[in-house]
Write a new protein. Structure first.
Length: 195
């Protein structure tokens, strides 16, 4: 699949701001600063579709991007940024849960983790949550340019073990910097959309 057209369709904090459930959605979740905006820009071939942040933790909205007039990419708010107040992080959690639990046209949530580290406790919580809702199955390991080829398989094994992935679950390494991994991920997304 190639993304030939993408645009921000809606920014939401509440359900009444979500776009209609007329197109299927693939959402992206991950810790703040994991490289989610950079990946979305790589996938869509746009430099500034999603805002790459110098200061993590800024995005507090659910952003709906309309893609090829055929489906939506949904950018979920990054979790785990230490400097936000408890009340803000609670409202984020509620907003995210509300979307994940109630959205009938949501196919799956692609979870991003940093390839350099074992997934954090919050990554694990997020994964367990997605699994409970049947929204798991694809993990993207970001910033793959930061490790050597030798380390790659070791880190992928570590991610698999820490998140307790099933053998059929995918872990796809990507680098927004080196522009690698996007085609593989787009192919996986295409298959999901065809199912
Ligand atoms: P977000 O908070 O998850 O949306 O993350 P961003 O896309 O804003 O990226 C956070 C930081 O990581 C920025 O400084 C990016 O330049 C950097 N970054 C993102 N992707 C990559 C990558 O593939 N490789 C490297 N080396 N840095 C990256």
């Amino acid at each position: 699949m190639k993304i030939s057209q993408s645009q921000l369709e809606q920014v939401a904090v509440r359900e009444d701001q979500y776009p209609p459930e007329d197109l299927r959605e693939i959402a992206f979740a991950g810790r703040s600063n994991v490289g989610k905006s950079s990946l979305l820009n790589l996938l869509t071939g746009r430099k500034k579709l999603a805002h790459v942040s110098g200061s993590p933790g800024k995005t507090r909205t659910i952003n709906f991007y309309r893609v090829n007039d055929a489906f939506r990419i949904v950018d979920l708010p990054g979790y785990g940024y230490a400097k936000v107040s408890r009340s803000i992080s609670e409202s984020w959690g509620k907003m995210m849960e509300h979307y994940l639990e109630n959205r009938d046209n949501l196919i799956t949530v692609i979870q991003l983790v940093d390839i350099r580290h074992a997934p954090s406790a919050q990554d694990k919580t997020m994964h367990d949550y997605l699994k409970a809702y049947g929204l798991d199955g694809i993990v993207v390991a970001t910033k793959a340019d930061k490790i050597s080829r030798n380390q790659l398989n070791k880190q992928i094994r570590l991610i698999r073990q820490t998140l307790q992935l099933d053998p059929e679950d995918l872990v796809l390494p990507v680098s927004a910097l080196k522009r690698t991994g996007a085609d593989e991920l787009l192919d996986v997304m295409e298959q999901l959309l065809e199912e």
